[in-house]
Design a protein. Structure first.
Length: 170
């Protein structure tokens, strides 16, 4: 099946929209469970699982539009990018409206980079094995666990370092 122009344009848009969906997951977990547990465990798990939501949907609907493994990872990174930009706007305009330039630079370099890189790694695990796992045909995350667990651990460690170093950087 040949991928039409519509799906080639839709793929990055769906990936970006997935990052927006991840923001909703992050807001819900923060509103209901705002704590260090949330910052260090629940938040990274929820965010890393949800940021590539557009890529999951694309892969389930039109595998041909989802391209190869690296393209899916690139698309997942777009989801991480849209998530990070929205999160940064929220942090800089709501949590720290009187922020200095260093916080702005930090949020748009280190934090954005962490979200994009983590989502890229998750995107490497969006494949037929994941789909079969979701369908219950193979054990959950069988063979793909590292593409989900490693980004969650990296995100969690990032949050730990940021909280220990001053709190407002997370």
């Amino acid at each position: 099946m040949q991928t039409g122009l519509k799906w080639r344009l839709m793929a990055p848009l769906m990936a970006l929209a997935g990052g927006v969906l991840g923001v909703f997951g992050a807001v819900i977990q923060e509103v209901f469970y705002g704590s260090l547990f949330t910052a260090f465990v629940a938040g990274p798990m929820i965010e890393e699982a949800m940021k590539p939501a557009g890529v999951y949907l694309l892969y389930a609907l039109r595998r041909d539009a989802a391209g190869g493994r690296l393209y899916r990872a690139f698309l997942a990174a777009l989801g991480g990018l849209s998530f990070a930009v929205i999160e940064n706007v929220f942090y800089l305009e709501v949590y720290y409206p009187d922020h200095d330039r260093s916080l702005l630079v930090f949020r748009y370099t280190w934090t954005l980079g962490m979200h994009v890189a983590s989502s890229f790694i998750v995107g490497l695990g969006v494949n037929e094995r994941l789909l079969r796992s979701v369908r219950g045909e193979v054990p959950f995350l069988s063979g793909n666990w590292r593409f989900f667990v490693i980004p969650m651990i990296l995100h969690s460690l990032f949050n730990v370092v940021m909280v220990v170093s001053g709190g407002r950087w997370v």
